[in-house]
Design a protein around this ligand. Structure first.
Ligand SMILES: Cc1cc2nc3c(=O)[nH]c(=O)nc-3n(C[C@H](O)[C@H](O)[C@H](O)COP(=O)(O)OP(=O)(O)OC[C@H]3O[C@@H](n4cnc5c(N)ncnc54)[C@H](O)[C@@H]3O)c2cc1C
Length: 472
């Protein structure tokens, strides 16, 4: 864009939800503030949405990536309201708001009131066969163990073992957290992933006390039977891609597909950015947002700043795969009277979890069929698609009493897609932000920094947009 015309140019790299949210907010804010700004979003693949992908096949609605977002973090819900798609929201099935955990090859319901690592109700907890009596006694000690005074970061696994014991970790917290972060909770940072539990310890001196207090305060309507707080999650009638499709429609003039960025360079006066694409095209801009997972961002910052690049590379990412399988209802023996299950690592299965998709949400499969969405973690995800389907089928057959082959099965691999916020993550992010702050007109956004969920990514993109406008 010509510097003489007074118009500025902004480039966003990456067309996942982060890049789309950045682009949308930048466009809206520039218009509101009457700033003449051309915005281009560059996406390497032939579609926007990134890991968010919904497929409609026959009468099935298949989610290959995320299947819902949490409504308590306001950014996603607010954006949907602004886009006029809030009337398409659907909640999870209120009739079966509970989940299961695998123990010795069988499914057991998460006891009512149990949340992630600790019980919020005593009777269901005392009755569950998921923990030994010794394990239960150890968990109850949480009521008496003094709170930790230091405010330093701690591994989630250490926190759970310290407050609630080893069984609470291996049989419940590890599979629950593994289900969210698709990996090992051993080194995850408590401060960066579950600060709420830190606050509970601080405020109540006990996680059990805190959960019981919350339970008393919670309204009857928002109370879940067990497991993750399912009532807080939202999706769309036509699937998660409703969100990214709506953004893509609103931004159709700004989006450039099949535009893989290979190199970025700042001009010597520090005022502009040269962005080189794989097709040898070069674009120029005053403002640049890298809306990519941290390792992919690091590939682009390599020639720009060694310290920034090495800090980005300090954020590990895990790979995973989703395997959607459709069965005839009569071929599945289990009543599927829950949202799904998680699998502790100690069970040595290929699956880390499975959602009963057509139970969790309405209208996801014909009434005489069920749709299951299995997750496999890092090492398993490296297998071929056929091997992955076979592994999932074999685990599901044993756990759910499946009698026949699936009607179809489909796999999506998510390579290095899920950030692992390890102990010290917030210090790494502070350094990244400090190094980026020294590069005029550049911001980073995405799931590597302040949260991995969809609302976190949207907030990160929206904040990036405001920072860029501030730089003008
Ligand atoms: C399997 C799975 C399930 C999940 N489930 C949930 C859930 O239920 N709820 C929830 O809230 N969150 C969930 N998450 C997390 C959340 O979906 C992601 O953190 C978020 O969608 C990431 O969006 P993003 O735009 O930052 O990155 P991505 O979606 O990875 O998008 C990045 C985009 O950049 C493009 N790109 C890469 N390199 C370049 C380049 N050099 N040039 C141009 N373009 C490039 C890619 O093609 C891609 O389209 C899940 C994540 C995964 C992987």
């Amino acid at each position: 864009m010509s510097e003489n015309s007074g118009r500025k140019h902004s480039i966003i790299i990456g067309g996942g939800i982060t890049g789309l949210a950045t682009c949308y907010r930048l466009q809206r804010e520039a218009a509101t503030r009457d700033i003449p700004l051309d915005i281009t979003l560059l996406e390497s693949s032939g579609r926007v949405g990134g890991v968010i992908e919904t497929e409609h096949r026959d009468e099935f609605l298949i989610e290959h990536g995320p299947d819902a977002f949490i409504s308590t973090k306001p950014a996603a819900k607010a954006l949907c309201e602004e886009l006029g798609i809030a009337d398409q929201f659907i909640g999870t099935n209120p009739k079966v708001r509970r989940s299961f955990v695998v123990r010795n090859g069988a499914l057991y319901p998460v006891p009512e009131g149990f949340y992630m690592m600790a019980p919020g109700s005593f009777m269901p907890f005392l009755k569950t066969p998921l923990f030994s009596w010794r394990g239960k006694l150890r968990m109850v000690l949480d009521l008496f163990i003094p709170r930790r005074e230091r405010d330093t970061d701690e591994a989630v696994a250490h926190f759970v073992r310290r407050r609630l014991g080893t069984e609470a970790f291996t049989r419940m917290a590890q599979p629950m957290i593994g289900g969210i972060y698709t990996s090992d909770a051993e080194n995850l940072s408590l401060k960066a992933t579950f600060p709420r539990f830190m606050e509970m310890e601080k405020a109540h001196g006990s996680i059990i006390k805190a959960l019981r207090t919350q339970k008393k305060q919670a309204s009857q309507t928002s109370r879940d039977t067990s497991g993750p707080r399912y009532s807080l999650f939202l999706s769309f009638k036509s699937g998660m891609q409703t969100l990214t499709d709506t953004l893509a429609q609103a931004l159709s003039d700004n989006i450039k597909l099949d535009a893989k960025v290979e190199h970025i360079q700042q001009t010597s006066d520090g005022n502009r950015w040269h962005v080189s694409l794989a097709n040898r095209e070069t674009l120029n801009a005053e403002l640049l947002c890298i809306a990519l997972p941290a390792p992919q961002a690091a590939v682009l910052t390599g020639d720009l700043s060694g310290p920034l690049t090495s800090k980005l590379n300090e954020i590990p990412y895990a790979s995973s795969a989703t395997v959607n399988l459709a069965f005839r209802r009569e071929d599945v023996t289990h009543p599927l009277d829950g949202m799904g299950f998680v699998v502790p690592a100690t069970e040595n299965l290929s699956l880390i979890g499975c959602s009963f998709s057509s139970v969790k949400f309405e209208d996801r499969a014909p009434t005489d069929h069920v749709l299951l969405r299995a997750f496999v973690s890092e090492p398993t995800s490296k297998k071929t698609e056929t091997e992955l389907i076979e592994l999932c089928r074999s685990d599901l057959t044993a756990l759910l009493g499946i009698k026949n082959a699936p009607q179809f099965a489909t796999v999506r691999k998510h390579s290095q897609a899920m950030a692992q916020y390890q102990v010290g993550h917030q210090d790494i992010v502070r350094s990244i932000e400090q190094f980026t702050g020294e590069l005029r007109g550049l911001v980073l956004a995405g799931n590597g920094y302040h949260g991995v969920g969809i609302p976190d990514c949207i907030r990160s993109g929206e904040e990036a947009a405001l920072t860029l406008l501030g730089a003008l």
